[in-house]
Design a protein around this ligand. Structure first.
Ligand SMILES: *[C@@H]1O[C@H](CO)[C@@H](O)[C@H](O)[C@H]1NC(C)=O
Length: 138
């Protein structure tokens, strides 16, 4: 019985998640990123896209910021900055979850966009860097 319930929970979790494939752009990060769930994974211009980032802090982080750079092919179109303590809970210790909600500009063109997400501490030291793609479709 217990294993049936567990299987159901796993299935529900899989159906509800749009886990995106991430690649790391910084070695030995203080904040590891284990999973990024993007909803909706195919956005329309004007949509609010919610990204839930789950990972682990290898050292206590008391504050800092996350910069999200958005590229279409090689052109940097947008950059958004978030306070780490507003998208997550400070101090960040052990397993953490951060939630970023970003509006897709109404003028956005259809296409596959890539993002570079860099977290730095208050002194500007890089804590983490991951890249992932998302799609905009009118
Ligand atoms: C996106 O979020 C903003 C601010 O919370 C809200 O005013 C707006 O209606 C939302 N747009 C959509 C398409 O959900």
């Amino acid at each position: 019985m217990r294993s049936i319930i567990f299987t159901l929970l796993v299935l529900i979790a899989i159906v509800n998640c749009d886990l995106v494939k991430t690649t790391s752009c910084f070695e030995n990060p203080t904040l590891t990123v284990d999973a990024v769930d993007v909803n909706p994974v195919i956005a329309k211009p004007g949509d609010n896209v919610t990204s839930i980032i789950k990972g682990t802090a290898n050292k206590e982080v008391t504050g800092g910021k996350l910069t999200v750079e958005v590229f279409l092919r090689t052109i940097r179109l947008f950059a958004f900055t978030y306070d780490l303590c507003k998208i997550g809970t400070c101090p960040v210790t052990g397993p953490y979850t951060a939630t970023v909600v970003q509006n897709v500009p109404k003028i956005a063109l259809s296409g596959v966009y890539s993002t570079k997400n860099t977290a730095v501490d208050a002194a500007g030291n890089i804590l983490s860097c991951v890249q992932f793609d998302f799609q905009v479709k009118k």
